[in-house]
Design a protein around this ligand. Structure first.
Ligand SMILES: [Zn+2]
Ligand SMILES: [Zn+2]
Length: 265
């Protein structure tokens, strides 16, 4: 039986302007500005709709000085999806900008790697610099979800639905998982924070926030092994994604792009 195809969307919900020096390790000394976009992703076909990550909460975004453009959960309506109808949310990792709206998905099960859950609830979190990207109340929400049978654990690489698989790529966070989706143009790899920018994939430029630098660098290679070409890898925070792909309709220009269509240029 042939694999099903899915549509894949990136919805931009926030942005910030940082500097290369603050975003990359060994960023150039000129402190050139570098923009960062924040996305959630939607994978769907006639049989199912899956959301990858749920974005940061308005309060946490404000606390960290990010520019919030729209509520990530509400923004699903732009492509005709109601967060309340979603039954499966894949959580790439537990950083604040990926798990801030779990409560907006009251009927969802959350798919997470074993390693991520043990990382954010274990000894590593006694180190302040390591716990900085996490929010205690959001970790507690996920623990509550475990106790109410709303968490599906994955260990390494697993197919979770026909044509959708998760891949454990540690380094940025210990239990980070990227997602591979079958589409009309072949397998598309949603890296999430396994690679924030295209240049990490092409040049191996290391991101500032990491738990294990070596594993993060290995992860850039792993993404390339998972994808049929670099054009099939979608980094997690690069504004270039909005430039390379087209909006599904003119009214969504600059907000939503469709990743199952080939990039231009
Ligand atoms: Zn992250
Ligand atoms: Zn992130």
């Amino acid at each position: 039986m042939s694999l099903p195809d899915y549509e894949v969307f990136a919805i931009k919900y926030a942005e910030r302007v940082g500097t290369r020096g603050a975003i990359f390790i060994h960023g150039d000394p000129h402190e050139a500005p570098l923009a960062m976009d924040y996305f959630i992703w939607v994978i769907r076909n006639a049989d199912r709709t899956i959301v990858l990550d749920v974005g940061f909460s308005a309060a946490e975004g404000k606390r960290r000085g990010r520019t919030s453009l729209r509520c990530p959960a509400e923004s699903l309506r732009l492509i005709g999806v109601d967060a309340k109808d979603i039954e499966d949310v894949i959580i790439s990792h537990m950083h604040y900008d990926h798990v801030g709206n779990l409560d907006r998905f009251p009927n969802a099960r959350f798919h997470i790697q074993d390693e991520e859950m043990s990382y954010v609830t274990g000894r590593a979190m006694t180190h302040k610099p390591l716990r900085e990207p996490f929010v205690l109340s959001e970790v507690m929400q996920m623990v509550s979800a475990v106790y109410t049978d709303r968490v599906v654990f994955h260990n390494g690489d697993e197919e979770i639905f026909p044509g959708i698989s998760v891949h454990h790529i540690p380094g940025h966070s210990r239990g980070l998982q990227s997602v591979k989706v079958h589409t009309k143009r072949g397998w598309v790899v949603l890296a999430s924070d396994a690679a924030h920018y295209y240049e990490s994939i092409t040049d191996g430029t290391p991101f500032q926030i990491h738990e294990d630098l070596y594993l993060m660098l290995e992860g850039f290679r792993r993404l390339r092994q998972l994808a049929p070409s670099d054009d099939h890898i979608v980094p997690g925070h690069d504004p270039e994604v909005m430039a390379r792909y087209s909006a599904p309709s003119p009214d969504l220009e600059g907000i939503v792009v469709q990743l199952d269509q080939p990039p231009h240029g």
